[in-house]
Design a protein around this ligand. Structure first.
Ligand code: ATP
Ligand code: MG
Length: 347
């Protein structure tokens, strides 16, 4: 089988070119042969659909159509029944190309989705195994180093090194906690809550980190926010993750904006930053577990955001801020009252 796309493309073009040459060199009076050759055009078309999806099929159909129109133009002697027949065949070929391409594209997307789900299941299992085994030694390292630190004098020569051990162990502990959190089933403990209050509590938590970059967090909260049935700890986790990402993405001194509003039956929360925004690669992968572009990132923040919001029957969206503004807005949409949902939803 062919190994790469260039070879596949060459094979398709070669087939189209070979068939076209056959048609050109066959005298146009031997019309019945042309008809047979034209049927063979479906071979490169099917290959293009199989290898390159919709775009490839349409491209192949376009090249075939051009060849054939050139042929008709070259031997043009006025309109005849055969010519009309040929035109109809060309239209038919393009319609078949479109259908083939769409079907192939759909099948490919479904295949990717199943593959991704299987992949995520394997990741989940592996992560929980590793994180579980790492947890106990890390708790011991962080705990003992903290105890020894307390006993060391301020000017002890080992203090600096031990502080690093303690901080790094703590960082690993946090990572392990995130990994276990991701691998565990997501149980929700719902109560009637004010989303605005949860937003404010989350802002208070990240304020200190924001202050280090002189970032202020501006709020524009909907004044008459209706209560919602949700798990306050989990929703706080959502806002903290989004705010942390926004702060990390923001340039020094650039404020982050949090807005809440109500649209029909939905509560909408927007977190806007004015950082560099998202590249195409980031847009494609930000919800994939362990996707990170940060030196010290785990890549589970947005995965958890999505899992938690989905478990509440909501949705997470993101979009570029309208130019000339830079940066990105993450939007969380929550149902006003999701009591109809099961109180404990598993991922
Ligand atoms: N507001 C943002 N602006 C620009 N890029 C962002 C923003 N939010 C997320 N990203 C991109 O999405 C990636 C994944 O984000 P996510 O929160 O899942 O993981 P992380 O922040 O890298 O690590 P952590 O697990 O510590 O949260 C980030 O590494 C970054 O590339
Ligand atoms: Mg993050």
């Amino acid at each position: 089988m062919f190994k790469n796309n260039a070879l596949k493309l060459m094979a398709i073009l070669f087939l189209i070119a070979a068939l076209s040459i056959f048609i050109f060199v066959t005298r146009h009076t031997q019309y019945h042969y042309h008809s047979v050759y034209r049927e063979f055009y479906f071979v490169p078309l099917i290959l293009a659909a199989f290898w390159f999806g919709l775009r490839g099929t349409l491209l192949a159909a376009g090249v075939i159509t051009l060849f054939y129109l050139a042929f008709i133009g070259f031997f043009w002697q006025g309109l005849s029944v055969e010519k009309i027949n040929t035109f109809i065949e060309i239209i038919f070929l393009n319609v078949v190309a479109l259908i083939l391409g769409i079907l192939r594209e759909r099948e490919y997307r479904e295949h990717r989705r199943t593959q991704k789900m299987e992949h995520l299941a394997v990741i989940g299992k592996t992560v929980s195994g590793i994180a579980h085994d790492m947890k106990i030694p890390l708790v011991a390292i962080a705990g003992f180093s903290r105890r020894i630190l307390k006993k060391l004098g301020e000017d002890d020569p080992h203090r600096e090194k031990l502080t690093i051990i303690y901080q790094e162990a703590q960082r690993l502990e946090n990572m392990v906690r995130d990994m276990l959190d991701y691998a565990r089933p997501l149980n929700l403990y719902r109560s009637r809550e004010d989303v605005n209050q949860i937003i404010q509590e989350s802002i208070n938590i990240v304020k200190e980190v924001a202050g280090k970059k002189q970032i202020t967090i501006k709020e524009k909260l909907f004044p008459e926010m209706p209560p919602a049935e949700l798990d306050p700890m989990r929703i706080k986790q959502v806002f903290i993750n989004l705010l942390t990402n926004a702060i990390q993405a923001s340039p020094f001194g650039e404020p982050v904006l949090v807005r809440s509003s109500v649209k029909g039956e939905k509560i909408v929360i927007d977190v806007t930053d004015h950082g560099r925004g998202l590249t195409a690669d980031q847009k494609e992968n930000i919800f994939t577990p362990f996707f990170t572009t940060k030196k010290e990132g785990v890549g589970l923040g947005l995965t958890m955001v999505k899992n938690i919001v989905s478990a509440h029957g909501g949705e997470v969206q993101f979009f570029d801020n309208p130019p000339p503004e830079t940066g990105v807005t993450f939007r969380v949409i929550l149902p006003k009252d999701s009591r109809v949902l099961s109180p404990s939803i598993k991922k």
